[in-house]
Design a protein around this ligand. Structure first.
Ligand SMILES: C[S@@+](CC[C@H](N)C(=O)[O-])C[C@H]1O[C@@H](n2cnc3c(N)ncnc32)[C@H](O)[C@@H]1O
Length: 331
């Protein structure tokens, strides 16, 4: 089977000869993938990229797992594309940092579907696993995706990384583990992001804090029944963390929408938080955030992460990252 690839316009070219530049008029797509699979792809989408990402098999087929992955990324793209479109007027084009990038599915597909034809803008992938970063660099080189960079640093380290510009337009973090989502929010605040698109992963930090104070809280309030059983501690920990993240973003000048990434049948970790910068810092959100932390007995343990630093924490007793202090909330 002769390998082919398609440009942003849907035009075919030999594999490995990806070109940058503005889209040309659409032509019917033909490629090494069966027609039923092609009908599930976006017009002009690179079959070669999807094969390299193992979303499509070598003979151009989709399996159950990759169909799910593709569905997630498309769903996310539907939310991200309008944000990028708003930011695309400038000469340099939009910048996007994807945190906990993994194999960079999201970054590569965003580049293929949007940045490639736009001819400007830059995507940065941030990932701690060196081998994934190296693979992504090689793949971007092979496909000619010249405006993609990959940084082998943690999300927290990325804020101060020299390879990143002072301002980043869009921050994404798709299933970045545990507190990496919080670090991505801190990064976004520091980089004055216009938008943040977050799909939190499992969360352990809050559950650990809830666990620690459980006996005391059970004696104090019947509400502590909500986290008495270990399974509930974990679930409530995730839920409360996401609520606090939303309040923190609202208090920092973002308008927040919470929706689903895909149907519950596909993933239990499908909460999609979209934050758009408006500059309106909601005082009521800061007050609610503080009140919730107090109600759960977490002001000391989690306050600093969410910008509520007590004197003790300022002198080093708090355990949250320094980045989270960059947007301290005066509740
Ligand atoms: C569950 S995977 C998700 C990968 C990708 N975003 C996706 O949805 O396909 C989480 C990735 O985040 C990376 N990661 C976890 N904590 C991180 C941190 N603090 N900084 C950077 N990367 C991190 C892991 O190495 C892993 O590749």
């Amino acid at each position: 089977m002769k390998k082919t690839d398609s440009t942003a316009s849907g035009r075919l070219r030999p594999a490995g000869t990806a070109q940058e530049g503005p889209a040309t008029p659409k032509k019917p797509m033909a490629s090494g993938a069966p027609q039923d699979v092609l009908s599930e792809l976006r017009p002009g989408q690179s079959v070669e990229l999807l094969q390299e990402l193992h979303i499509l098999t070598r003979d151009g087929r989709l399996n159950q797992d990759s169909r799910r992955k593709l569905k997630q990324v498309y769903h996310l793209f539907n939310f991200i594309e309008p944000l990028l479109a708003e930011l695309s007027a400038g000469a340099a084009g939009p910048t996007l940092a994807d945190h906990g990038a993994g194999k960079s599915y999201l970054g590569f597909i965003l580049y293929d579907l949007y940045f490639k034809a736009l001819g400007k803008g830059h995507i940065y992938g941030v990932e701690t696993r060196g081998e994934l970063v190296e693979k992504s660099r090689l793949l971007a080189g092979k496909l000619g995706f010249g405006r993609m960079s990959f940084l082998n640093v943690s999300v927290a380290e990325a804020t101060g990384a020299d390879d990143l510009p002072a301002q980043i337009d869009v921050v994404t973090a798709l299933h970045a583990c545990d507190t990496a989502t919080d670090d991505a929010i801190a990064f976004g605040l520091q980089k004055k992001a216009r938008a943040m698109v977050l799909v939190p992963c499992c969360q352990a930090e809050m559950a650990a804090c809830l666990r620690q104070g459980k006996t005391l809280q059970l004696a104090r309030t019947p509400l502590a029944e909500l986290w008495r059983h270990p399974l509930h501690t974990r679930e409530l920990g995730s839920q409360v963390t996401n609520v606090l993240r939303c309040l923190y973003l609202e208090a920092s000048g973002y308008q927040v929408t919470v929706t689903e990434l895909v149907g519950w049948e596909h993933s239990m970790k499908n909460e999609l938080i979209i934050a758009r910068y408006t500059g309106q810092k909601k005082r009521s959100a800061a007050e609610r955030l503080k009140a919730i932390l107090t109600e759960f007995g977490l002001e000391g343990a989690m306050g600093r992460r969410f910008g509520i630093a007590s004197q003790d924490q300022e002198t080093g007793a708090g355990h949250a990252t320094a980045e989270s202090t960059t947007a301290s909330i005066q509740a």
